[in-house]
Design a protein around this ligand. Structure first.
Ligand code: I3P
Length: 105
C-alpha cells in the first residue's frame, strides 16, 4: 500500500502530547512495507531518498478517528511506543485501505 496522505502528530513516544508548533497537518507520501510505514516527501523521494520518518507498526493499531470531526476520512494510528497520529486519506475507500493495510501488515 502506498500513496499521498495528510498527517498530523498528536502524541509523541511515551504518550507525551506533541508540543505546539508541531501539531500541524502536512502532506507526505506513505509506503507500507515490512511492518513499517515509511514517510517520504513525495513519490520521487520514495525511489531515491531515505524516508523522513519510519513509523514502526508492530503492535500498532489504526482506527477511524470518529472523535476527530474537523476533517473527513481520518484515521488514528496508535503505535507501540505510545505515540499517536492522525492520517487523512483522499476518500473513505482509501482510508479503509490504509486501516486494513496498517492492521494486517
Ligand atoms: C497546529 C495547526 C493544526 C491544529 C493544531 C495546531 O498549529 O494549526 O492544524 O490542528 O491544533 O496546534 P501548528 O501548525 O503551529 O503546530 P487542527 O487542524 O486539528 O485544529 P491543536 O493544538 O488542537 O492540535
Amino acid at each position: 500500500k502506498r500513496g499521498f496522505i495528510m498527517r498530523k502528530a498528536c502524541m509523541d513516544p511515551d504518550g507525551k502530547k506533541t508540543p505546539r508548533g508541531k501539531r500541524g497537518w502536512h502532506m507526505w507520501y506513505g509506503v507500507l512495507r515490512d511492518l513499517v510505514l515509511y514517510v517520504y516527501k513525495d513519490q520521487c523521494s520514495a525511489v531515491k531518498e531515505q524516508p523522513r520518518t519510519c513509523v514502526r507498526l508492530h503492535h500498532a493499531l489504526a482506527v477511524r478517528a470518529c472523535d476527530y470531526t474537523k476533517r473527513q476520512h481520518v484515521l488514528r494510528l496508535f503505535t507501540a511506543d505510545q505515540a499517536q497520529c492522525l492520517i487523512q486519506a483522499s476518500d473513505n475507500r482509501e482510508m479503509e485501505s490504509w486501516i486494513e493495510g496498517i492492521n494486517w501488515v
